[in-house]
Write a protein that binds this ligand. Sequence first.
Ligand code: ZN
Length: 160
Amino acid sequence: MSNIRIGHGYDIHRLAEGKKLIIGGVIVPYNKGEVAHSDGDVLYHAIIDSLLGAIAEGDIGKHFPPSDEAYKNIDSALLLEKTFKIIQNKGYLIGNIDATVILEKPKLSSHIDSMRKNISAILHTDINNVSIKAKTKENCDSTGEGNAIEAFSSVLLLRS
Ligand code: ZN
């Protein structure tokens, strides 16, 4: 495989009352949270898919199938750690990550740096290699109506 590899990932979860809203390892105070088999961390999931995509290793469902009881309510940080090991074993490290979270409410700006810190620690890279942006959907579609959260991630891997 070449010395640089690009990856793209996407994830979406429905939001429901009484669930925790976990984004990039940060519990964001809100009356709704992700509906999921795991903890539903939409940002970690999108990043995992981008990492696996960069080395053409399928997706999160292939490596951590929702049918496997071992992954029920699992902390997605553990899945991101396992994914990093896969990348490492293939001989790569993080160049940089650029991710976008789409959520109508609440505002995420005060939590962004905590998310960047969590991600850079798990992926053994400098915090300046991890960019996270937050957008709304301007009240369009079901995400814009507050019924879902989405995340996109682009990653560049470098041969270590
Ligand atoms: Zn997910």
